[in-house]
Design a protein around this ligand. Structure first.
Ligand SMILES: Cc1cc2nc3c(=O)[nH]c(=O)nc-3n(C[C@H](O)[C@H](O)[C@H](O)COP(=O)(O)O)c2cc1C
Length: 208
């Protein structure tokens, strides 16, 4: 079934798993026909978003590029010490969802629209239909001393993957360090061991 946009998909495709709503994602689109070199040529930050929803297939592709599995136990993004502790949250009008890469699904974690908290003092970012949060779980003791900045680099690699997928698929995005971390931590009930590194508003570019 071809989903036309995220809202339609939410209305049609949401299933209940216990108390949590889970959206099964369609297989990601990985054949835009654009070469990596062309995507690198086109990569840029865009801060002007159309409010038009993006399809669930497109969102699935962005998430896969960001932090999905491209081998049975390894991912599209490299991580220091192969810890794979990066998590992606998708903030949308209908709530916030954690990307379950193994199941290729979005698991609802919050009913509220958190895009204003993601945008913080830069309102342009709240216009995008989806904002992805790049979060690291640093509960492993390895991160407490010598490797305490390792997940910062991990997050940067995820951001690069998102930029390249967006460039190859005509999507607008910008990597952002700004966000209301306290509000997001509270709404998502994140423990102190989860670090909100970066975010990426994603949508279609606003027409000029
Ligand atoms: C770690 C990091 C944090 C950033 N934070 C913000 C931000 O909070 N707000 C914003 O508008 N742009 C942010 N940017 C985007 C940069 O401003 C942008 O990449 C830079 O101006 C170069 O433009 P380009 O991406 O089009 O090459 C950030 C970029 C990086 C890598």
């Amino acid at each position: 079934m071809k989903m036309t946009n995220v809202m339609l998909a939410l209305a049609a495709g949401v299933c209940l798993a216990g108390a949590a709503e889970t959206i099964a994602l369609p297989k990601p689109t990985v054949d835009s026909g654009v070469t990596v070199l062309q995507a690198l040529k086109d990569r840029h930050s865009c801060r002007s978003f159309s409010e038009q929803e993006i399809s669930l297939e497109t969102l699935s592709g962005v998430l896969w590029a960001a932090n999905g599995y491209n081998r049975p136990d390894k991912r599209t993004n490299a991580t220091g010490l192969n810890k794979q502790t990066i998590e992606i949250y998708a903030c949308m009008k209908t709530g916030a969802y954690r990307y379950d890469a193994k199941a290729n699904a979005l698991v609802k974690v919050c009913d509220a629209d958190l895009r204003n908290a993601v945008a913080d003092h830069q309102p342009y970012a709240a216009k995008a239909p989806v904002s992805l949060l790049i979060v690291a779980d640093v509960s492993d003791p390895v991160y407490s001393k010598k490797w305490n900045t390792l997940t910062h680099y991990d997050a940067g690699i995820v951001s690069g993957n998102i930029y390249i997928y967006c460039a190859a698929n005509g999507l607008a995005t910008v990597c952002r360090g700004s966000m209301d971390r306290d509000a997001l931590r509270k709404a998502l009930k994140l423990p102190e061991t989860k670090v909100l590194h970066l975010n990426h508003p994603i949508g279609r570019p606003a027409s000029k």
